[in-house]
Design a protein around this ligand. Structure first.
Ligand code: TXA
Ligand code: MG
Length: 318
């Protein structure tokens, strides 16, 4: 595994992206695997490296609203307000796209997801490329997203694309994805750090929200974010002990039932920040199973995204 793939120089990364290469980039949510939207070769390579199905569209990363406007048919007042309030930050806006945008990026959909990531090195790199970059999370399809440069390296040891090291991701979970269907109707396609409550505060009470059926967020499938060993989500009041682990192992047809427990930080922001790093560490612990209790606290909307990811990462719910 070659450590000289890791750099802290956004100019080196921009150079590669400008020439149609791919590179991993840090964001405040998770690391992305980026290619310039102007290089079809880079975009195709991203799907190949991730082993990602072509029906799953990529998010386009921009420096701000000005670049975003050039990608969409219309930039409604609602988009402007949300960009002003939350960008750069963990919010992806889905809007009808302009036809010039490569259909490979958007998986032939009529819409495009755009966001300005809150990371100085990546904003600098995009600025130097002079064009937005498309970037899914830098993990193999269906697996846990990386939140450090080391995670990306260990996810893709056999590849040689460079990795821009921006430290550990501050948010730790993928962005909130929201479709703007009209000025007053939004659909949350994937929950994240920007909650429905926060969106409502920014837009006012007369905005309608719905949660999308999963087919409308093509890549956000029920089985996603999975660690390398089975995760068992304990959604009941049962005690986490050997008996429970044996029952889980039997259900999953595992020969062994030795387990490690993932204990979530009681503060959802801190729990989110370390969730994926913890899952990777525990998946490498040698145990047969990871057991985690579903967060029960419904009062803090910060738990919603964590519940969503745990549910999708789980091989079994008990
Ligand atoms: O925080 C993030 O969003 C990270 C960082 C790298 O920015 N990116 C990320 O990308 O999580 P990815 O590809 O792993 O997840 C993108 C999600 C997928 O569920 C995809 O289906 C959805 O966004 N998406 C992208 N464009 C869309 C569109 N036009 N319509 C509906 N869903 C879209
Ligand atoms: Mg992903």
């Amino acid at each position: 595994m070659s450590r000289d793939r890791i750099t802290t120089d956004p100019a080196r990364i921009a150079d590669i992206l400008r020439r149609g290469g791919v590179a991993a980039i840090p964001t405040e949510t998770v690391y992305g695997l980026a290619g310039s939207i102007e290089s079809r070769e880079a975009i195709a390579r991203i799907f190949e490296i991730k082993e990602r199905p072509l029906f799953d569209p990529l998010i386009v990363h921009v420096t701000g609203a000005e670049q975003a406007r050039a990608l969409v048919m219309e930039w409604p007042e609602t988009a402007e307000r949300l960009a002003q309030t939350f960008w750069p930050g963990p919010l992806t806006l889905v809007l009808p796209k302009r036809t010039v945008l490569d259909p490979l990026i958007t998986a032939n959909l009529e819409t495009v997801g755009v966001r300005a990531p809150d990371h100085p090195l990546t904003l600098k790199a995009i600025e130097l490329v002079g064009a937005p970059v498309a970037a899914p999370s830098a993990n193999r399809f269906g697996r846990t997203s990386p939140t450090t440069a080391e995670h990306v390296l260990s996810e893709f040891p056999e590849h040689d694309f460079p990795i821009l090291d921006g430290g550990a991701c501050a948010v730790g979970l993928e962005s909130t994805v929201v479709a703007i269907d009209s000025e007053r109707a939004l659909r949350i396609l994937r929950p994240g750090a920007v909650t429905a409550e926060a969106l409502r505060r920014a837009l006012g009470d007369d905005v309608g929200f719905s949660t999308a059926p999963s087919r409308e967020s093509p890549g956000h499938s029920p089985k996603h974010y999975q660690p390398a060993i089975p995760l068992v989500l304990v959604a009941s009041v049962r005690t986490i002990d050997d008996d429970l682990a044996r029952e889980a192992a039997a259900e999953l047809s595992l020969a062994r039932a030795d387990f490690v427990e993932l204990e979530l930080n009681p503060d959802p922001r801190l729990a989110a920040r370390s969730l994926y790093a913890d899952l990777r560490r525990l998946a490498g612990s040698g145990a047969a199973l990871i057991l985690v209790r579903m967060p029960a606290d419904a009062s803090d909307p910060g738990w919603e995204a964590i519940r969503d990811r745990l549910t999708r990462a789980a091989s079994l719910v008990l």
